[in-house]
Design a protein around this ligand. Structure first.
Ligand code: NAD
Ligand code: UDP
Ligand code: UDP
Length: 311
């Protein structure tokens, strides 16, 4: 049994990670300030003797005793991370410094939930880990993109300077049960709109593409990366290479949900990446990982979850 810290553990991905690590018989300390996460996501764990919940903001120092640290704390959807952009950068940067300091004191291995946003609006497609990205440093998405880039820098500098065991994971768009219904992300928006019979909001002409990974596949990749040999630092892309335009996604959601919704076209947000698809050959080679769940198969339990949330 290992004692693990998960920051952002009451969020969408964090709560699934708590489930998985408890099922693997570990002790889990979940740290969250509940900015976007909720007790509801982890309520089923509160009576588990191997689970501990601590309300704490990672921009402040944290003194606990653990053997592994998963750093997921950070709002992930554009609506949430742009709500208080200064706090978003602080969460990524000060949060990384505090957790790296903690890992250094404990000699603990630490994993960073980084993002495909470090590639910005990419001019290399699909995105490979050695591509440095095309990021606007002063736009509305920059608090998130540059915060995450700086966190990666800190991880690699702690690795070089004090030999810390680090794992940097670049997560591509992930979906599944426990997504926030109002986070404005495309999968949750389209499903909620279809379930309510409201218009499906396509930003721009809907030709921009994304690759969508089901949460169970993502969590499996995250745990494999954490437990990989010490020399595997990443960055490693984890995502599903299936690439869909937003029009294709809307059609698929409508086919699964049914109902009368029509498509409406709204302006494209500033700096919205035109295309995104992970090259996952590094993950396949070093972790033996590849996603198993197709978009259609993953959307079904996700739709069932949103039906319950809306009922
Ligand atoms: P989420 O918003 O559901 O979870 C983030 C969690 O962090 C929430 O529980 C929130 O309350 C908590 N948090 C935010 N600021 C905090 C702070 N200062 N101190 C402590 N806790 C704080 O988002 P998610 O989708 O579960 O994302 C988890 C991580 O994965 C994030 O770091 C995100 O950047 C990364 N990521 C997610 C995706 C995706 O598609 N979901 C893609 C790329 C990267
Ligand atoms: N830190 C923490 N918990 C610890 C150890 C350190 O939160 O158990 C924080 C502390 O706030 C410090 C930061 O991590 O500022 C970076 O720590 P490090 O030891 O790298 O730097 P220093 O303390 O020398 O500034
Ligand atoms: N999008 C859309 N309609 C919506 C919400 C999002 O067409 O109701 C588009 C958005 O412009 C982007 C894509 O879907 O091109 C993915 O958006 P999301 O916010 O989910 O993720 P990110 O842009 O961070 O990859």
């Amino acid at each position: 049994m290992t004692k693990l810290l998960i920051t952002g553990g009451a969020g969408f991905l964090g709560s699934h990670l708590c489930d998985r690590l408890l099922a693997d018989s570990h002790e889990v300390l979940c740290v969250d300030n509940f900015f976007t996460g909720s007790r509801g996501n982890i309520r089923h764990l509160l009576n588990n003797p191997d689970f501990e919940l601590m309300r704490h903001d990672v921009t402040f120092p944290l003194y606990v005793e653990v053997e592994r640290i998963y750093n997921l704390a950070c709002p992930a959807s554009p609506i949430h991370y742009q709500h208080d952009p200064v706090q978003t950068t602080k969460t990524s940067v000060h949060g990384a410094i505090n957790l790296l300091g903690l890992a250094k004191r404990l000699g603990a291995r630490i994993l960073q939930a980084s993002t495909s946003e470090v590639y910005g609006d990419p001019d290399v497609h699909p995105q490979v880990e050695n591509y440095w990205g095309h990021v606007n440093p002063i736009g509305p998405r920059s608090c998130y993109d540059e915060g995450k880039r700086c966190a990666e820098t800190l991880f690699f500098d702690y690795h070089r300077q004090v030999n810390l065991e680090i794992k940097v994971m670049r997560i591509f768009n992930t979906y599944g049960p426990r997504m926030h219904p109002n986070d404005g992300r495309v999968v949750s928006n389209f499903i909620v709109q279809a379930l309510k019979g409201e218009p499906i909001t396509i930003y721009g002409d809907g030709s921009q593409t994304r690759s969508f990974c089901y949460v169970d596949d993502l969590i499996d990749g995250m745990v494999r990366l954490m437990e990989s040999p010490a020399e595997v630092t990443g960055p490693v892309n984890i995502g599903n290479p299936g690439e869909f335009s937003m029009i294709e996604l809307a059609d698929l959601v409508l086919r699964i949900v049914g109902g009368p919704s029509k498509l409406v076209f709204l302006p494209l947000p500033q700096d919205d990446p035109k295309q995104r698809r992970p090259d996952i050959s590094l993950a396949t080679k070093t972790l033996g990982w590849e996603p198993k769940v197709t978009l259609e198969d993953g959307l079904k339990p996700t739709v069932a979850y949103f039906k319950e949330v809306l009922s």
